[in-house]
Design a binder for this molecule. Structure first.
Ligand SMILES: Nc1ncnc2c1ncn2[C@@H]1O[C@H](COP(=O)(O)OP(=O)(O)O)[C@@H](O)[C@H]1O
Ligand SMILES: O=P(O)(O)OC[C@H](O)CO
Length: 498
């Protein structure tokens, strides 16, 4: 067995596989997009066979790109889109329908009914989450309610539930293992994050049988072995974490107070709060950052649904840019005298507002407003929203004092220097961009590589984190205050209930 690590990053719109060499550099990479299904307004589904096919093909592609054999790989690490629900038949491995994706809003009515019955406080206290369709629990309930006989078959142990990691591991191990890790379990609305166990009371409220749930392991653990006939050699699976938690690990945010924000399709900020599961008073989520050697480290999380996706809208919807990178050049050329605000509530607003009914709006338009000002407002919106999350974090956990906060960033959008500078300006805090931007895969690789004994331990790994560039705040305080007041006003006018 060699000392390469294979990281599988199963994301919302694409699957990526990366082979890392022992020195943590990328030796081979492959990526495939797959179909999104929108059968009704607000519904988002994935075909689990697409997910499985792209996992196998990208792994083979990355191994070929690295010019190695499967037998050169010491271990696999898996990271995945979180919350998305898969159900399948344990006997045949056949999916019991398409996966319901985290973005899917079909369970709003179930959430409303649970709230009306006064259940939200209990769910929040036990799981750290809110009764929002975003999380897995109400999606599982929906499938069991809608598909004839599924609940009885689940009770009888015939049907398995899993987040995407669990489904992929089931398939890789030929059905030998039905397991997940603590970070993925923490997003299901069924897992007690304080006691680290599935919560029978919540399961009974949701009417989800415990018999269908996977075993929950640490993030670095023995998750089983990928069968030899898949890649050409048996490979142990030693690491698993949800993608935002893997990015937290990949960005080496191991100390309480350390903070990362990932800018891909959406934006997800996680603040390490150490062994404290801080209950949010400001509608952030309390979640498990990672669990290693049986010790749970918690985080406060803020989730924004549209970040890079708004830049895609400039390109594909408005057609005012031809590449994402062009948005920064246009923002640079925008008229600094115009205060245009774009509130990107295209699919509602996430944290800290959680307003599913809000829709996007633009404010401050004049006859002089053109594409440059709209591009600038789009990039600034991501920065203002990050600031809103960080403000909420500071209120929830005063230890994370604003003056000391350095934000580590990753994801496709951080390639934009303009956006990163504006982010530092509006946060009034430094922003650190690492040299490795494949932070999510790197986090999964570290979990697997350290367990396999070929990568350094936590402190050794943290010491290898390297900065590409630090963006220091440069904006004048009055201008910052004026701009933030304008943003707050724009948001308040966009919320559905004012
Ligand atoms: N230079 C850039 N400026 C602004 N946005 C960018 C830039 N490069 C990429 N993006 C945005 O980043 C996103 C892709 O990031 P990525 O991390 O690959 O996303 P995901 O993993 O969620 O698919 C896209 O939405 C794209 O619009
Ligand atoms: O697949 P991504 O990168 O869009 O991330 C999705 C998140 O895990 C959803 O919570």
């Amino acid at each position: 067995m060699g000392d390469y690590i294979l990281a599988i990053d199963q994301g919302t719109t694409s699957t990526r596989a990366i082979v890392f060499a022992k020195d943590q550099t990328i030796a081979g990479i492959d990526q495939q997009e797959f179909a999104q299904h929108f059968p009704k307004s607000g519904w988002v589904e994935h075909n689990l066979e697409d997910i499985w096919r792209t996992v196998v093909e990208t792994c083979k592609g990355a191994i070929a790109d690295a010019g190695i054999a499967a037998s050169d790989i010491a271990a696999i690490g898996i990271t995945n889109q979180r919350e998305t629900v898969a159900l399948w038949d344990r006997a045949t491995g056949e999916p019991a329908g398409k996966a319901i994706v985290w973005q899917d809003r079909r369970t709003s009515a179930i959430c409303d009914a649970l709230k009306a019955d006064g259940h939200e406080a209990l769910f929040t206290e036990r799981t750290g989450l809110l009764l929002d369709p975003y999380f897995s629990g109400t999606k599982v309930k929906w499938m069991l309610d809608e598909v004839d006989g599924l609940r009885a078959r689940s009770k009888a142990g015939e049907i398995a539930f899993g987040t995407i990691d669990t489904f992929v591991i089931w398939r890789l191990t030929g059905g030998a293992r039905h397991v997940t890790d603590a970070t993925n379990a923490a997003r299901t609305l069924m897992y007690n994050i304080r006691e680290n166990r599935w919560d029978d009371e919540l399961l009974s409220i949701l009417d989800v049988p415990a018999a269908m749930l996977p075993e929950v392991l640490d993030c670095a653990a023995d998750f089983g072995t990928a069968k030899a006939d898949i890649f050409g050699a048996e490979i142990p699976i030693y690491g698993v974490a949800g993608d935002q938690q893997a990015a937290t690990i990949g960005n080496a945010c191991f100390q309480p107070g350390m903070l990362k924000s990932t800018y891909g399709t959406g934006c997800f900020a996680l603040l390490n709060t150490g062994e404290d599961a801080v209950a949010s008073q400001n509608r952030l989520l309390t979640t498990i950052a990672y669990r290693l050697d049986g010790k749970t480290i918690y985080a406060l999380e803020g989730s924004i649904f549209m970040a890079g996706a708004t830049v895609q809208w400039l390109r594909d919807g408005l057609k005012i840019i031809d590449t994402a990178a062009r948005s920064g050049e246009m923002a640079d050329a925008a008229d600094p005298e115009q205060d245009v605000y774009l509130v990107p509530a295209f699919v509602g607003l996430g944290a800290p507002h959680w307003d599913a009914e809000a829709r996007g709006a633009m404010f401050g338009l004049t006859r002089a407003t053109g594409p440059n000002e709209i591009a600038k407002a789009t990039l600034e919106a991501v920065c203002y929203q990050t600031r809103d999350l960080l403000e909420a974090m500071h209120k929830d956990w005063p230890e994370a004092s604003g003056a000391e906060t350095t934000l580590r960033v990753d994801g496709g959008m951080v390639a934009s220097d303009w956006t990163m500078q504006r982010l530092a300006d509006l946060l009034d805090a430094p922003v650190d961009r690492p040299t490795v931007l494949e932070t999510t895969a790197l986090g999964a690789a570290w979990l697997a590589g350290s367990r396999a004994g070929v990568w350094p331990d936590r402190d050794g790994f943290a010491a290898t984190w390297a900065r590409d560039r630090r963006f220091e705040p440069q904006m004048d305080a009055d201008e910052r205050a004026r701009k933030i007041a304008g943003w707050d006003d724009a948001v308040s006018r966009t919320l559905s209930e004012r």
